[in-house]
Design a protein around this ligand. Structure first.
Ligand SMILES: [Fe+2]
Ligand SMILES: [Fe+2]
Length: 161
């Protein structure tokens, strides 16, 4: 298996997340919306859990990490609301858009502040990348069909421990 640098892996996930929110704006059919929402929420939850377990602890006392954990917390609250939607609510486009904007803000902070710091402290990015990739596989395997779970079943606890 080829080794994966943690930053490359997470940046690819980020691009995928942004693309999914963009895709959502094109959907009008409630069933299609709900299906994509399930995928979005699943992918975000798996990504966030893997970061919290294997990336954030490397710089646990950095104020930017404390802020990032709070952002994950806020994201999960909205993810849980979005995951409960039926697809035809009058506010669904607005709510998903707000979630997408929060995700983009969080991505920017990770890529501009956190990832360069990881490089500066010479963290073992290959080792962390492997742990993150394995964690994502493990979480997804435990969920059966990806996209059929709610945020609160996906590590979307109100507050990360
Ligand atoms: Fe994150
Ligand atoms: Fe991230």
């Amino acid at each position: 298996m080829t080794s994966t640098n943690a930053i490359d892996l997470l940046k690819k996930d980020h691009r995928d997340h942004v693309a999914m929110f963009e895709e959502f704006t094109k959907l009008k059919h409630p069933q299609e919306r709900v299906k994509l929402i399930n995928t979005i929420v699943t992918e975000l939850a798996v990504h966030a859990t893997a970061e919290e377990k294997h990336l954030y602890p490397v710089m646990a006392d950095d104020p930017k990490i404390i802020e990032a954990i709070e952002e994950h917390h806020a994201l999960k609250l909205i993810m849980a609301e979005v995951a409960d939607m039926k697809g035809d609510e009058p506010n669904i486009e607005g709510k998903v858009k707000v979630l997408g904007e929060m995700v983009e803000h969080h991505i920017k902070e990770e890529e501009q502040d956190l990832f360069p710091k990881l490089e500066r402290i010479q963290a073992n990015l290959i080792e962390i990348g492997k742990k993150i990739a394995d964690e994502k596989d493990r979480l997804k395997a435990g969920m059966g069909t990806v996209g059929n779970q709610k945020a609160d079943q996906l590590g979307g606890a109100p507050r990360p421990a």
